[in-house]
Design a protein around this ligand. Structure first.
Ligand code: CP
Length: 317
């Protein structure tokens, strides 16, 4: 594996889940792969889970790990070509990336959507420059349009908790005070569309996601109807994707919060969220603290998804 940015990079999804579950059973059984190899993790944005789980995955594989926070301690980077660099940005990404590539064997990149220009965000300008200019395998640690390590962890978690061969998985929009990118819901849809699940997306009108990720998934604008019989409820906020509202908050309708009453409509569903989560906006305290909440187990699987991806990259060096 040379790049990891979407579900297709995993190849056969059943094989990928099987491999991840083997990795989970034997986390330290692949240490030889990372001997004298260095993992560089580059963060343009904050993180708790991705930073720790990915670093832990590299350590499990016997790698040395380095973390660079672009906005804390590194030179401010210019990302556009042709700019007269007379402002506060001291270095251009086009020098910085190959320099970083010299110091490591594999690079993980976190670079969120900036909501300034939809085309720039959806072209994944920063992530793709790392792929093009680093000379090293690159994986997304959440980029502008996708969070494939999260979605792979979500899929592993569903595999572990499902009670039927073809569970109903409902991804529901929920309110949030800030405008959030579409990366997590895009990747979740991307993965669920490849998985053996009955996948339904529910959101208020105006929150339609990019059809490239939604593909054939069922859209239901009535949240209560969507939740009926669900085996898994995956809550997430995202800002509008469609023009002319790209990046805007169109609703903070608290009737979309996942509450006990909403969960009562389901088939005793498990509650999932990628975290961090705003309690009593996205989900009520009693739901996230209930035995049906598997958010902590889901976060734990971030180590497994990262380790499986990095393992494949190491095997291919
Ligand atoms: N879910 C997730 O990516 O968490 P962090 O933003 O804390 O890394």
């Amino acid at each position: 594996m040379k790049t990891y940015t979407n579900v297709k990079d995993l190849g056969n999804i059943e094989e990928a889940i099987k491999e991840a579950l083997e990795v989970k059973k034997n986390k330290f059984g692949y240490k030889h792969l990372g001997e004298n190899k260095t993992l560089l993790m580059v963060f343009f944005n904050s993180s708790l889970r991705t930073r720790l789980s990915t670093q832990k995955a590299g350590i499990n594989l016997g790698m040395n790990t380095m973390v660079l926070d672009i906005n804390q301690g590194a030179w401010k980077l210019e990302t556009e070509r042709g700019v007269v660099m007379d402002g506060d940005k001291s270095e251009h990404l086009l020098e910085a990336i190959p320099v970083m590539g010299n110091y490591c064997d594999i690079i993980g990149v976190r670079a969120f959507a900036q909501f300034e220009n939809k085309e720039d965000d959806y072209q994944e300008k920063i992530l793709n420059q790392f792929i093009q200019y680093s000379g090293k395998p690159v994986f997304s640690m959440e980029a502008a349009t996708g969070h494939p390590l999260q979605a792979f962890a979500d899929l592993i978690t569903i595999e572990e908790y499902k009670k039927t061969d073809h569970p109903k998985v409902v991804m529901t929009w929920a309110p949030h005070p800030k405008a959030l990118p579409q990366a997590v819901p895009n990747s979740f849809a991307d993965f669920m569309n490849e998985a053996n699940v009955d996948f339904v997306i529910t959101h208020p009108e105006g929150y339609e996601l990019d059809p490239k990720f939604v593909r054939g998934a069922r859209i239901e604008y009535d949240q209560d109807k969507a939740l009926e019989g669900a085996d898994f409820v995956y809550a997430k906020n995202w800002a509008a994707y469609q023009d002319p509202n790209y990046g805007k908050i169109l609703s903070k309708d608290m009737s979309w919060t996942v509450t006990k009453e909403k969960m009562a409509l389901t088939n005793n569903a498990y509650f999932m969220h990628c975290l961090p989560v705003r309690r009593n906006m996205i989900v009520s305290d009693d739901v996230i603290e209930s035995p049906q909440s598997i958010v902590i187990q889901e976060a734990a699987n971030r180590e497994i998804s990262a380790q499986t991806v990095i393992k494949r990259m190491l095997e291919n060096l």
